[in-house]
Design a protein. Structure first.
Length: 559
């Protein structure tokens, strides 16, 4: 009996061993293949037909989009474009692709051939060129989820157009857009929507050489054409230009060139080579820098902020060169005036020494003066002899006297064009003498001036050098003029004194106290030393106030 019981226990142990109760392991990769064959097999799925709307309706298919910006390589101001590399993702619902997930064991199916399922006909409307990435394998995948949702992801590089408004360059902000739209499906069949929650993502620590990405905005840009309305998405990337680069490369060098051009104001006027070479060198350097700046910018029809800056700086440098031309001209004018002043006293002395002053005492008619002298001094044989001269001689002497008077008046107007003739010149003329006789008052004044002139021994020759023997008794008989004293203590009115002081201090204030004895050319240099820096500082204040105040107003957003 006991052997039978033991045998029965052994049989039960063999039958109840765990190895005989374990089921074979399921290969889910095989299941995945079977699922793909079931949902995408021939006659089961047509990729040419778009999926139905949400909840199985006949409405448009809804595609939700989100992008991940990996890098922005460049923003070109000349061609007005920028390059970006991004991961583009689309997600939509296709109920024809539902499958069993085997209790959560099969999370999703993966495809590498996008042509096997229906794809939205999205394109980038502002794209200039682009390409896919195929290293090492094509950077694209499609995931199908159990409830029929499809996720399409691809990495692409694009060069996109970015219209810019450069009026505030380089103090500007630019907005570059990325536009995505349906090419053939209208809004009745296909609608693009931004994915809820972070539709646009940007890689951390994104650095650009000349710009800073301030922010990005998502929006919709549906467009209507004669074939219908098309769904469109756009994202605006707001860039701020880095000003530090332009401050170091453009603004500071321009300021230095302008300041260097002012060095010529402190150089001597006679240093013509130094001042000319300095002005021409700074002018050419400024022009070269302006050309280099314009070469890196598009030829636009409006004036940019950098154009205003370089244009004004170039004007200041050119003005410094013109200032030297004006100084040189004024210096030569001063030298010419000095030469005339040196020659004028010498010429007058030579001319005065050749004229006998006693001949000027004769009256035009040759008789009235002698009668007055006879009444004053009595009879004199010499005077009687001179009075008895023929009438022809007296007339000839009168013509010589008029010729001398006109010659003196002409010389006075030549060397003193801005001064009126002195009383000496205005007394002996044809209009002052009527009927051959001169007014006694004018004659007395004339004699007074001539006598004062004769009192100087260096102006008139000695009596012994007179040309005519008749002149000696005539000079002896001439009465000495009566001097009219002029008080030197006559005080000016109080208003005139105050006005003079006001003009003096106003002149000191406005012209920074340049010396009163400075020549015309020196005054030009002196004024330029203060006028040029003052105007340049004033320009800087206006420039920075205007353009920094409108920095955020003129953002080049493409509408």
């Amino acid at each position: 009996m006991w052997p039978g019981v033991l045998l029965l226990l052994v049989l039960l142990a063999v039958l109840l061993h765990p190895s005989r109760c374990t089921q074979p392991k399921v290969n889910f990769r095989e299941k995945e293949k079977q699922v793909l064959d079931n949902i995408l097999g021939p006659g089961r799925y047509d990729a040419r037909i778009r999926p139905s709307g949400e909840n199985g309706t006949d409405g448009p298919a809804v595609v939700r989009v989100n992008i991940f910006v990996r890098s922005i390589s460049k923003i070109d101001d000349v061609t007005m474009e920028y390059s970006v590399q991004l991961t583009f993702r689309e997600q939509w619902l296709d109920e024809r692709l539902r499958f069993n997930d085997f209790g959560g064991k099969l999370k999703y199916l993966t495809l590498t051939e996008a042509s096997r399922v229906w794809m939205p006909d999205l394109f980038f409307s502002n794209e200039k060129e682009g390409h896919f990435h195929n290293i090492i394998m094509p950077n694209v995948y499609i995931r199908i989820f159990p409830h029929g949702s499809v996720l399409y992801s691809i990495r692409i590089s694009l060069t996109l157009s970015c219209p810019m408004n450069l009026k505030l360059y380089p103090l500007d902000r630019q907005t570059c857009s990325l536009r995505m739209a349906s090419y053939g499906w209208t809004t009745d069949d296909l609608v693009f929507l931004w994915k809820e929650g972070d539709p646009v993502q940007v890689v951390k620590n994104l650095h650009l050489p000349r710009f800073t990405l301030e922010k990005f905005l998502t929006d919709y840009c549906n467009s209507k054409t004669n074939t219908g309305e098309y769904s469109c998405l756009k994202v605006d990337l707001l860039f701020k230009r880095e000003f530090s680069y332009y401050l170091i490369q453009i603004y500071i060098p321009c300021c230095m060139l302008v300041i260097v051009s002012w060095v010529s104001f402190w150089l001597d006027q006679s240093a013509v080579p130094a001042r000319v070479s300095l002005g021409v060198t700074t002018l050419l350097t400024m022009a070269t820098q302006t050309s280099g700046i314009n070469a890196s910018l598009p030829p636009v029809s409006y004036t940019k902020a950098i154009d205003v800056w370089t244009g004004v700086c170039l004007t200041f440098v050119f003005g410094a060169l013109l200032e030297f031309a004006l100084v040189n001209y004024a210096s030569r004018s001063d030298m010419h005036s000095d030469n005339i002043k040196k020659q004028f006293p010498q010429n007058e002395m030579e001319h005065s020494s050749s004229i006998d002053p006693s001949s000027e005492l004769l009256e035009p008619d040759g008789s009235a003066n002698f009668a007055m002298q006879q009444q004053t001094h009595g009879s004199n044989p010499s005077m009687t002899q001179h009075h008895s001269l023929p009438r022809t001689y007296q007339q000839d002497h009168h013509h010589q006297q008029q010729h001398h008077h006109h010659h003196q008046l002409h010389r006075h107007q030549r060397y003193h064009p801005n001064r009126s003739p002195s009383p000496t010149f205005s007394l002996l003329n044809d209009e002052d003498c009527v009927a051959g006789r001169c007014s006694p008052m004018k004659t007395t004044r004339h004699h007074s001036h001539r006598s004062s002139a004769r009192s100087s021994p260096s102006r008139w020759p000695s009596p012994a050098s007179s040309a005519s023997p008749l002149d000696t008794p005539l000079r002896a008989a001439t009465p000495s003029p009566i001097a009219v004293p002029i008080s030197s203590t006559t005080s000016l009115p109080m208003s005139a004194t105050i006005s003079s002081k006001t003009r003096y201090w106003l002149r000191k204030l406005l012209l920074c106290g340049y010396p009163d004895d400075a020549r015309g050319s020196a005054r030009i240099d002196y004024i330029a030393r203060y006028a040029f820096p003052f105007m340049f500082i004033l320009f800087n204040v206006l420039y920075w106030c205007i353009y920094t105040g409108h920095e955020g107003d003129n953002v080049g957003i493409e509408k």
